[in-house]
Every structure is written in structure tokens, then in C-alpha cells.
Design a protein around this ligand. Structure first.
Ligand SMILES: [Zn+2]
Length: 316
């Protein structure tokens, strides 16, 4: 009888030890791979360059302040990375992010949109009391490379560059295989406390003779002149960076020298933070499509987009 009892105790203890062991330590290593390299210089240089293009108004001063959000992503106890929600980006946890250095990337459309017309076509608020479709399918190259895939791929590349520079990046969608989210939901993600700016990433589908990129800011100043001035500075920074190194020219078919202000983009109309919208080339044009379809081309484009964002943040 005594022997039996001892065995029982041993068995129980062993079981507990096993359980404790397998529960905790494993997930930890998954998050330790992040780039921590260069968070140092960014904070101190942030104050100088941000206002380069338009005097005092351009500086992306965090208007909404409590930014303790930055360094602690809500300690997700759940599995990292595979969560279906877009927020928050779990992979930025290891980087110490200076206040006001959270960027939202908004990759246009989504891979599941085309097969879900009912969900995508429902009307949602688009700002200024207007309504428009939840989302759209986007365009594609003549060879069938889709805009949603391009937007997603470029956004991931931009995200990697920014994170390596100590910028926290949130995405409005978590994969290229989902539906939506709707444009008003995307705007809500961008309007969270602590977000410095929102950059929407798209490519155009125009007649094939035209080529080049254009950048859009809201022509109606939805959140007043101060935010509009910051959006303008952001738009100029993106324009200049794309012109310098994306491999694309400014649009030959739309706007003025690559600028095309709009009043019908819900993402801009609903934004309460500085926001800009990029149409990075015409997918129906052969030379733009060649750049968009090639991984090297997309890396060039992503480098340019990241450079524009960093320049606006004052980290360029
Ligand atoms: Zn688009």
C-alpha cells in the first residue's frame, strides 16, 4: 500500500512538471528575432527634418498624445502572427518605438473580395455624409497579376524596412486572402490613438498608353487645415521619394506632375490623422506592369515608399 502511494505521488508530480514545461517557454523565442538595430538615433533626429517642406505645419507632431501604446503592444497571450485580426501587428513587439512613430499601411482591396460581391458591395459611410461600397476588387495587369497582391507585397516590404528603423507598423488587413475590411473600418484602424499617419497603397488600372505614379491628398480638408497641411507634407514626401527611386515616372495620364487631389476617397475623407493615397503605376501599361510584376521592381518601389515615410517622420 505504501508503495502504491509513492508511485501515485511521483506520477502526479511528473505530470505537473510536464504540463508546466510545455506551457510557457516555447512561444518566447518566436518574438526575439526582430530587428532592434537602430532605434537609437531616430528619436533625437526626429525634430529637425520633418518640417522641411512646409514650415511649422509639416512636422508630424503626435497630436493625440498618450503614446505609451508604442512600446507595449497589448501583450498578446495568444499565438503570435496567426491571429486573424489585423491589429495590432504582433511582430513589432521587440522594437522600442519612440512616441509618434506608429504608421498604418493600408494595402488596397483584398484577395477574397471578388468572390464576395454581396459583402463588398454593401454601402458604408465614406465621409462628408456620403456612402460608397465597402470595398472593391481592384485592377490587374494584362497578364493577370492582381492589384491586391501587388499592394500586399509592397506593403509587407515597406513594413519590414520601417520596422528595422524602429517604426511601429500596423496593417489594415492581415493577409491577401481575406475579404475587406470595408473602407470605413480601414479608416478606423488608422484613426487609433498614437498613429502618426496612414499610407494607402494602390496601383491604377487606366488605358494602357498612360504610365507613371500619382499621389492623392484629400481636396476637402476633412479634418481641418492643420491636419491637411501635414497630409500635404506627407504626400509631397511620398511623391518626391517615388520620383527619385521607384523606377516609375510621374503620371503621364492623370493629375499634375504626379499630384491628383481627390474628394471621393473614403480613406482620406474619414481620416483624422495625416493621410495620403498612392497609385503606384498603371497596371495596364506594359512598362509599369513589368516593374510591378518583378520582385526587384516591387523592392525598388517599397524602398521608395519607406524612404518617403521616414523622411516625413524626420528619420530620413
Ligand atoms: Zn486600388
Amino acid at each position: 500500500m505504501r508503495a502504491t502511494l509513492t508511485t501515485l505521488i511521483l506520477a502526479t508530480t511528473a505530470g505537473l512538471a510536464l504540463a508546466a514545461c510545455s506551457a510557457a517557454p516555447a512561444p518566447r523565442s518566436a518574438t526575439s528575432t526582430l530587428a532592434t538595430e537602430s532605434t537609437s538615433s531616430s528619436a533625437s533626429s526626429a525634430s529637425s527634418a520633418g518640417s522641411a517642406s512646409s514650415a511649422a505645419t509639416a512636422k508630424p507632431k503626435p497630436t493625440l498624445k498618450p503614446s505609451p501604446t508604442a512600446s507595449r503592444t497589448p501583450a498578446p497571450t495568444s499565438a503570435p502572427r496567426t491571429t486573424p485580426t489585423a491589429l495590432p501587428s504582433s511582430s513589432s513587439r521587440a522594437v522600442i518605438v519612440p512616441a509618434g512613430r506608429t504608421i498604418v499601411l493600408n494595402p488596397g482591396h483584398n484577395g477574397g473580395n471578388a468572390a464576395n460581391a454581396a459583402a463588398i458591395n454593401r454601402q458604408v459611410p465614406a465621409g462628408f455624409g456620403e456612402y460608397k461600397a465597402c470595398d472593391t476588387t481592384g485592377t490587374e495587369t494584362n497578364a493577370g497579376y492582381s492589384e491586391h497582391a501587388f499592394n500586399w507585397d509592397v506593403s509587407l516590404r515597406v513594413k519590414a524596412i520601417l520596422q528595422a528603423r524602429g517604426v511601429r507598423v500596423l496593417m489594415t488587413r492581415s493577409s491577401d486572402g481575406g475579404v475587406g475590411p470595408c473602407v470605413d473600418e480601414r479608416a478606423r484602424i488608422g484613426n487609433q490613438a498614437g498613429v502618426a499617419a496612414v499610407i494607402s497603397i494602390h496601383a491604377d488600372g487606366a488605358p494602357s498608353a498612360g504610365h507613371g505614379f500619382h499621389v492623392c491628398e484629400d481636396s476637402r480638408q476633412p479634418n481641418g487645415p492643420a491636419i491637411a497641411a501635414q497630409s500635404h507634407a506627407l504626400t509631397v514626401a511620398m511623391h518626391d521619394a517615388l520620383l527619385r527611386s521607384s523606377g516609375l515616372t510621374t503620371s503621364t495620364y492623370l493629375g499634375n506632375n504626379g499630384y491628383y487631389p481627390r474628394s471621393d476617397l473614403a480613406g482620406l475623407n474619414l481620416a483624422t490623422v495625416p493621410a495620403t493615397f498612392l497609385e503606384i503605376g498603371n497596371m495596364r501599361n506594359a512598362s509599369d506592369a513589368a516593374e510591378q510584376t518583378s520582385p526587384d521592381g516591387r523592392q525598388r518601389i517599397a524602398n521608395a515608399v519607406a524612404t518617403g515615410i521616414l523622411s516625413w517622420l524626420g528619420q530620413g
